[in-house]
Design a protein around this ligand. Structure first.
Ligand code: MLC
Ligand code: AMP
Length: 507
């Protein structure tokens, strides 16, 4: 009997006093202490009445405790549902209700806003703060740090990660033990991770990139992380010489390059820089190599599939491509309308199959059937091609999504809110180029009759229900939204017309 994910990532480190987390304040948490904290949390979760398969929604700041809740859920067979701390109570209510979460762990400072969420959804509310205090921490204090790991099967559910939809409704991607484990094993081998590695971890831990790719890979290899709450340029520049690897979204790399203190000298100890979650500009790739001598390794993944492709560790890391399918992962490029496989070089929909591909969307069988074929191929919504050397290029998206600083933002969710505002007849939300974030959200509004919408009031209103990163950096009023003969909004025309709007003025 076993729990493959817990045993392989966490359990095997029991008793090891080697470092796991190097914190911003200079403290280090070793593997054994981390596992003991997770053990206390697992006992606390069980004591709160949770049983195997129950969902635990967690909206807390990045901290060692936050990772220990993840480990505790894996150990006790609960389904971990991490949420962006930037989400408003309005956004969170949907996730907690939709998942039927039995427990919601939030921040003490937000308790007033969260009590109604818990009440409406029926979830039990506990708090856990970045300094390790909170009602959940209090409860776990008295618990034993040893917990009898719950038996699980590779096919059992470990995590629900919500990903927005083009209809504006988020869907919970169901990830199994095998999905996560197979991907971590593949990446450790491919990227040659070992117990000697020190990963500079500045990513958030409520998404695949920071939670599964960076953390699981480090745990599996038995290495350690310089684990900081968020991207902090000064800290990274001052501490990168103690790291061997870093994973980041392209914004990390452009911000580092914009700082003259980021030199070849301070990156000498590094063996690998990985980029993903959004396209890395060829220009960034080239500048990075010129400055540091390192070639960034770009890879491609998704919430639903973990990692799919990677440039080689040994061999040419080709600019503007996401490399080759990972071992055990199949990629095909298909005609979006017919689903037929296209010849190499032709542009089509990227489809993915492999042990990394999720089990479907939580309680949404129709959505699952639309995107996950019966034969196991997942229709990614990304458009790409395979070149004559087998490298995969992502050339666009077949879904209406904006990727800003590595966060996916679905225009529909924002348009629904904008359309409801006083004086607004209709709206279209688009992504435009942004030097720091890659893309920025811009809202285009058409006024009702001859009214003049009050843009400040609209911004204020939508800020109550939308996380800051989704809020349009700019609102533009125009008389009419372009539509084709079928009545479909021609966002391409809007994107073309306003493409420079965030490059020429502050957004
Ligand atoms: C912050 N802001 C953003 C933003 N992040 N706005 C749009 N897009 C974003 N990504 C807002 C802030 O609220 C702030 O508003 C203003 O923009 C500037 O903030 P900042 O302090 O400069 O931002 P910072 O906190 O430094 O965050 C930027 C960032 C961060 C890029 C470091 O967003 C980040 O860590 N992104 C990583 C996302 C990620 O992990 N994605 C992986 C998804 S998994 P104001 O008005 O208050 O100033 C996935 C699969 C895969 O995609 O393949 O990996
Ligand atoms: P998410 O749904 O948040 O997991 O985001 C997944 C999406 O991020 C993918 O469908 C791609 O559109 C995008 N993405 C991830 N990695 C890359 C990359 N290296 N280049 C371009 N787009 C990427």
């Amino acid at each position: 009997m076993s729990n493959p994910l817990y045993d392989t990532l966490f359990g095997k480190h029991a008793g090891q006093t080697t470092p796991f987390l190097h914190l911003e304040n200079g403290k280090t948490i070793n593997h054994d202490s981390f596992i003991r904290m997770a053990g206390r949390y697992a006992n606390a979760l069980t004591q709160l009445g949770l049983s195997v398969g129950d969902r635990v929604a967690v909206q807390i700041d990045k901290s060692p405790e936050a990772l220990a809740v993840y480990a505790a859920c894996v150990q006790s067979g609960l389904v971990y549902l991490p949420l962006n701390p930037a989400y408003t109570a309005h956004e969170v209510l949907y996730f907690v209700e939709n998942s039927g979460a039995n427990l919601f762990i939030g921040r003490g400072a937000k308790e007033d806003e969260l009590v109604p969420v818990a009440k409406q959804s029926g979830a039990l509310l506990k708090t856990l703060n970045a300094d390790g205090t909170g009602t959940f921490a209090d409860h776990s204090q008295k618990m034993s740090d040893s917990f009898n790991t719950v038996d699980r099967d590779g096919d059992d559910l470990v995590a629900l990660l919500y990903t927005s939809g083009t209809t504006g409704r988020s869907k919970g991607a169901m990830l199994s033990q095998n999905n996560l484990l197979s991907n971590a094993q593949t990446l450790v081998d491919l990227w040659q991770f070992s117990a000697m590695d020190v990963l500079l971890h500045a990513l958030p831990i409520f998404h695949t990139h920071g939670l599964f790719v960076a953390t699981n890979v480090t745990l599996l290899a038995g290495g350690s992380m310089i684990y900081i709450p968020k991207f902090d340029l000064d800290f990274i520049i001052n501490n990168i010489s103690s790291a061997t690897t870093m994973m980041g979204v392209p914004t990390f790399y452009t911000r580092l390059l914009n700082d003259p203190r980021f030199t070849k000298n301070i990156t000498q100890h590094m063996r690998l820089f990985v980029s993903g979650s959004a396209p890395l500009l060829a220009e960034t790739h080239v500048q990075f190599e010129t400055r540091t001598g390192h070639r960034i390794l770009e890879r491609y993944g998704m919430t639903e599939t973990n990692m799919n492709t990677s440039n080689p560790y040994v061999g040419e890391r080709r600019t503007g491509t996401v490399g080759f399918p990972l071992p055990g992962v199949e990629i095909k490029i298909t005609d979006s309308k017919t689903g037929k496989v296209l010849a190499d070089g032709e542009i089509g929909e990227i489809e993915v199959r492999g042990p990394n591909v999720f089990k479907g969307y939580w309680q949404m069988p129709e959505k699952t059937a639309e995107e996950l074929r019966k034969d196991g191929f997942f229709i990614s919504g990304d458009l790409g091609k395979i070149d004559s050397d087998g490298y995969i290029h992502i050339v666009g998206r077949n879904k209406d999504v904006i990727i800003s600083g590595g966060y996916n933002i679905y225009p529909k969710e924002i348009e629904l809110l904008l359309d409801d505002q006083a004086g607004v007849l209709e709206s279209a939300v688009i992504g435009v180029a942004h030097a720091d974030l890659g893309e920025a959200v811009v809202g285009i509004l058409v006024p009702e009759n001859d009214t003049t919408p009050n843009l400040d009031e609209i911004k204020q209103n939508i800020s109550k229900s939308l996380a800051k990163y989704k809020q349009p950096k700019k609102l533009i009023v125009i008389p009419e939204i372009p539509r084709n003969t079928m009545g479909k909004v021609q966002k391409n025309l809007l994107r073309e017309k306003y493409k420079d709007v965030c490059l020429t003025i502050e957004c």
